[in-house]
Design a protein around this ligand. Structure first.
Ligand SMILES: [Zn+2]
Length: 99
């Protein structure tokens, strides 16, 4: 039996920032170039050409949706977008303290 559950893993944040597609309510955005309104089924960014390795969500997703994504993109890594925002927020705060 298989199911989707979230696992905490230490990942390279810079790598995620460069190869992430973020799925919103109606369309998606490329995190690297900030292009919005791209097709949520995109494998590469139509704007900057980056190939997506990570996928995050701005909305709630159901397991059947995750399964569809996994079938289409077997190597994609699901990340929790809120976790990423928290980490980026912290490093931005640190940069400010360094000034
Ligand atoms: Zn892009």
């Amino acid at each position: 039996m298989k199911g989707f559950l979230r696992v905490w893993q230490e990942l390279d944040i810079k790598d995620i920032e460069q190869y992430l597609i973020v799925i919103g309510e109606l369309s998606a955005e490329c995190f690297a170039c900030k292009k919005i309104g791209i097709d949520s089924k995109s494998v590469t960014c139509p704007n900057c050409g980056v190939g997506f390795k990570y996928i995050g969500f701005r909305r709630k997703v159901e397991p059947h949706y995750l399964r569809q994504v996994k079938e289409r993109l077997p190597f994609i890594v699901f990340i929790d977008f809120d976790d990423l925002k928290k980490i980026i927020g912290k490093s931005d705060a640190r940069k400010l303290l360094d000034l």
